[in-house]
Each structure stands twice: as structure tokens, then as C-alpha cells.
Design a protein around this ligand. Structure first.
Ligand code: RAM
Length: 402
């Protein structure tokens, strides 16, 4: 009975253009299509911009810092953040270093804090090396919220988590195994069910998965890799899929990611590459397609950047493309949730402590929604969304949006 209900909800969400891959995603469709027509309209909302500025916006501009420049994932998060913040009367700025390093972010933060910014949202390049600079921000009373890649719990109010870490790791492994076995994205069952069925009768060579990640120290990618390893430890994979992931690091740089993808091709040891970064997956798509490689690809990608390496229409043969299906979440919405958290901190004293709630006002097509802080380990988090699967059944609707 449970399964039937889940299957029904899944197909409803897919008609809506979103394919969910587990029980938690049934509420996702809030994020729907109309935004697809107006992706970049961030500056023209004069009526809303005239609303009285929040009192704390007087402190100066509100900074959104991504890991580095030239990354559309960061640009789209900022788009959502900026649009939300501007509607509330704040002035925002997008500052990211050219290099994806801790040192480059620290130097930039130092300059910004000295100038006197009002708040900081950041996706970090490493776990360590920020203490001194974050302390400087804290001393100046500048609230910090991290997004995508965590900042230390000692300095951030909370981390805005895109989707459950374990879900992302599990789904990526499940997708890679199914793709290796030539199985289309299952529309009426969970991927886990189909993996269990398929591997139950599988007697071929042990499947080997590769990972093309961002930096070796990047917190968010490392948390997903750890989640992939947890997934691979499940009984159903024993003797069928290697528990060892072959990991390479492209540092979220297109050139370095291309070099590492070429190394996978040259070594020819893996069946499928999982790239949990939009930069890595796009570079790998280009390399695998160019080399006419038998190695397949999945991971976290932007539909707009992956359209040449994926099926784009329901009638396409998914396996004629190097990446038959992949995942991500609504990046624009994610950025807006960070904006709502900062607004709550500045106007309501929201401090990111366990159980506290803030409201994200209606934004684009997203309904007003409350977010409640939860604790995991020694940090506090806000869960912004759920992973979406992009596959031949919905790619065409998402290419213009993300
Ligand atoms: C990249 C970044 C980011 C990651 C996404 C999926 O652009 O590395 O950290 O979350 O991809």
C-alpha cells in the first residue's frame, strides 16, 4: 500500500516536471516551471524594491561569496539570493575569488569586513583556515550563514543545506550502478528497489565507480563522497560493486577537471564516473563524448550545461548519451532561502539555534514557507530542498531554468 501511494505521488510530480527519487521528495513540486521563462530577471522589480529597507540594511551591503568565479551554480544561487534580498530592500554584492582556494576567500573576506559589510553568506573551499577571519567578522557583529559548503559551526549562525547529504550520496551511487547496467531511470519505483532487483541477479564483473570531485578539501563534496561510501557498504552491493571509489580531483576548474576526466579514459578502470560538481560533470561529459568512451557519467549537474551530454526528449535513447540521468536541486530557490535566513537574523534576531524557525516570503513561484533549524553533530542546519533527478522525461523543461 505504501508503495502504491509513493508511486502515484512520484508520477504526479513527474507530470509536473520533477522526478523525485525517494520518499522525502513528494513535496518538491512547489518549485515549478514558470520561473523557467524568467530566469535572469533580477533587476527590474521596482515596485518591491521601494518597500522600506529593513533597518539593519543600513549597515552596508550584504555579501554572497561563492567558492570561485565562473561557476554557474554559484551564479544561480546568487540570483535567487539577490532577488529575494532586493525585494526586502537590501543591497547585495556577489564576491568570489578567481581561485577556488581558502587563501583567496580569506583575503577577499578580510577586505570586505574591513570595508564594513552587513552580512555574509558563504560557500567555503575548506574546513580549516577561516578561524581568524570569521572571528574578525564575529567581533564586528557581522552575521555569517553558510550555504552549499559549510563554514565552521563556531562562526556561522547555521548552514543552509541543499538536500540531505546521505540522500544525495545514496542516489548518486544508485544512479551510477543502474546506468552501468544500462537501466533507464525508473519512473515507478525507487532507484534503490531497482538496484536491489538488478544486483540480486547480477553475476558479471565487479562494477567499479569513479568520482571526479572538486577540491580534495572541499567540505561539501567530501560529505557526499562519505555518503556514497556509506551507501556502498550496504549488503546489496557486496561482491557486485567495489566498495572503493576511484577518486580524482579537478578543483572545480574546467581545465583541471578535463585533465582528470582524460585520466579516467586513459586508465580505463571505471565503469561510470560520478561527478558531484557541476564543473566536473560538464568537463567529464565533454571528454567522454569526445573520446567516444564506454565509460558512463552521472552526478550533480546543471541541465543547461549538460544538454549536449544528456538525452533531451522523452523519446530519446538515454544510453546514446554519455550521461543518461543526473541530479541537482533548485539552486535559485536555495539562494533565496539563504537570503530569508539573513533577513530573519537582521530583523527578528534569528540566531540559527536548534528549533528556531524563519519564514521565507513567497518568491517567484515558490509559496511562503517556514524553515526550522535542526541539529546534526555539533552544528545547526536548515534544509532547503530535495534532490531532483534530471532525465529524458523532464530535461527539456529544466534546460532554460537551471
Ligand atoms: C559545483 C560546486 C558546488 C556543488 C555543485 C553541485 O558547482 O562545487 O559546491 O554543490 O557543483
Amino acid at each position: 500500500m505504501m508503495k502504491k501511494i509513493l508511486a502515484l505521488m512520484l508520477s504526479v510530480s513527474m507530470i509536473a516536471g520533477l522526478a523525485a527519487c525517494g520518499s522525502k521528495e513528494t513535496e518538491a513540486p512547489a518549485a515549478e516551471a514558470p520561473a523557467a521563462e524568467a530566469p535572469a530577471e533580477t533587476g527590474g522589480d521596482d515596485a518591491e524594491a521601494e518597500a522600506p529597507a529593513a533597518p539593519s540594511a543600513e549597515g552596508g551591503k550584504h555579501v554572497f561569496m561563492f567558492k570561485s568565479t565562473g561557476n554557474k551554480f554559484g551564479d544561480l544561487m546568487y540570483e535567487g539570493y539577490k532577488e529575494y534580498m532586493e525585494a526586502k530592500g537590501y543591497v547585495t554584492e556577489y564576491d568570489s575569488p578567481a581561485e577556488t582556494t581558502v587563501a583567496a576567500q580569506v583575503q577577499m573576506l578580510d577586505e570586505l569586513i574591513t570595508q564594513g559589510v552587513a552580512s555574509i553568506v558563504i560557500s567555503t573551499n575548506g574546513d580549516t583556515g577561516y578561524d581568524e577571519i570569521f572571528q574578525k567578522a564575529k567581533d564586528a557583529g557581522i552575521p555569517i550563514v553558510s550555504i552549499d559548503s559549510e563554514a565552521s559551526v563556531d562562526y556561522r549562525l547555521a548552514h543552509i543545506n541543499q538536500a540531505e547529504v546521505q540522500d544525495i550520496g545514496s542516489y548518486l551511487v544508485q544512479a551510477a550502478v543502474l546506468i552501468t547496467l544500462g537501466v533507464d531511470y525508473p519512473e515507478d519505483k525507487t532507484m534503490e528497489e531497482v538496484v536491489a532487483e538488478q544486483l540480486g541477479s547480477y553475476s558479471g564483473d565487479e562494477i567499479v565507480l569513479g568520482v571526479l570531485s572538486a577540491g580534495i578539501d572541499t567540505p561539501v563534496q567530501n560529505s557526499w563522497i562519505a555518503a556514497m561510501e556509506t551507501e556502498l557498504a550496504k549488503d546489496m552491493y557486496k561482491g557486485k560493486v567495489s566498495p572503493e571509489l576511484d577518486k580524482k580531483y579537478g578543483n572545480d576548474d574546467p581545465v583541471e577537471s578535463t585533465t582528470q576526466a582524460n585520466a579516467f579514459v586513459a586508465e580505463n578502470k571505471v565503469d561510470c564516473i560520478i561527478s558531484p560538481t557541476t564543473v566536473g560533470i560538464a568537463a567529464a561529459g565533454q571528454v567522454l563524448k569526445g573520446a567516444n568512451s564506454e565509460i558512463k557519467l552521472t552526478g550533480l549537474g546543471l541541465p543547461s550545461e549538460m544538454q549536449s551530454f544528456m538525452p533531451n526528449a522523452a523519446e530519446d535513447d538515454a544510453f546514446a548519451s554519455v550521461c543518461p540521468y543526473m541530479m541537482l536541486w533548485d539552486v535559485i530557490h536555495l539562494g533565496a532561502v539563504a537570503g530569508a535566513a539573513i533577513d530573519a537574523a537582521l530583523t527578528n534576531g534569528w540566531a540559527g539555534t536548534d528549533g528556531e524557525t524563519f519564514t521565507m516570503a513567497a518568491f517567484r513561484d515558490y509559496a511562503e514557507e517556514d524553515y526550522t533549524v535542526y541539529t546534526q553533530g555539533d552544528g545547526t542546519f536548515v534544509l532547503a530542498g530535495t534532490p531532483y533527478i534530471f532525465y529524458k522525461g523532464n530535461m527539456s523543461e529544466w534546460i532554460s531554468k537551471l
